[in-house]
Design a protein around this ligand. Structure first.
Ligand code: PGA
Length: 251
């Protein structure tokens, strides 16, 4: 059976002390109440080492929210996949819509980031999803297809096995609007079908596909009940212990 995952994406929230205190709370909670899903905290870079020290022996995994597209060198201000790995983190989010739109990260660059991250030994949570205009004009399937074909489908089969895909309709991120469970299922099935054509049934069936976009305790169980939805990537609600833990338990 494929792996269920609930990942919290803290984005650019909480200073170091706040983040460490919050990680402690989450780690303690899941030590006493093991979850059916793998729980991942995706923190800002500066939190990684400290959070790794807290979660290292527990049940919670750790990830970054971005990485450099080059392995090392003269890239002022960048953080490499190897640096992330050396903190103890296992995952990195690549291609979040905020990176795509605010920092102009295109499919080619994201493909490079994913390749470097995997070569380094990190697992990648690769985000895709359409903006509202694209959905309204019926282009959402084509948009996601292009993001996957150019961002991910050039990877080898072996590398693709280290990928988790997060479908995040941009119009649902941080807006309070959520895709309906049927809309999520429809796109997740489409992504799995594309993967089957490209890499075969075994890899497609093993692929964990997360839904993200205004996921909260009140809608998580229904979204997660869909057959091709294997968990969630949670933004705003991952910053509140009660909400995040309730979403994990909805699995
Ligand atoms: P949201 O964000 O849950 O706040 O909508 C999801 C995400 O951006 O990953």
């Amino acid at each position: 059976m494929r792996k269920k995952i609930v990942a919290g994406n803290w984005k650019m929230n909480m200073d170091l002390a706040e983040g460490l205190a919050f990680a402690e709370v989450i780690d303690t909670y899941f030590k006493s109440k093991p979850s059916k899903a793998e729980v991942i905290l995706c923190t800002p870079f500066i939190h990684l080492q400290g959070v790794a020290a807290i979660t290292g022996k527990g049940k919670v995994s750790l990830g970054a929210q971005n990485c450099a597209s080059e392995p090392s060198g003269a890239y002022t201000g960048e953080v490499s996949a190897q640096m992330i790995k050396s903190t103890g983190a296992q995952y990195v989010i690549i291609g979040h819509s905020e990176r795509r739109s605010y920092y102009h990260e295109d499919d080619r660059l994201l493909n490079r980031k994913a390749s470097v991250a995997i070569a380094t030994g990190l697992k990648v949570i690769f985000c895709c999803g359409e903006v509202l205009k694209e959905r309204e004009s019926g282009k959402h399937f084509d948009v996601v297809k292009k993001q996957l074909e150019e961002g991910l489908f050039t990877l080898s089969m072996e590398d693709f096995r280290k990928i988790v895909i997060a479908y995040e309709p941009v119009w649902a991120i941080g807006t309070g609007l959520t895709a309906t469970p049927d809309q999520a299922q429809e796109m997740h099935k489409y992504i799995r079908d594309l993967t089957r054509v490209k890499f075969g049934t075994d890899i497609a069936e093993d692929l964990t596909i997360l839904y993200g976009g205004s996921c909260k305790p009140s809608n998580a169980a229904e979204i997660f009940s869909k057959p091709d939805v294997d968990g969630g990537l949670i933004g705003g609600a991952s910053l509140k212990k009660e909400d995040f833990c309730a979403i994990v338990e909805a699995i």
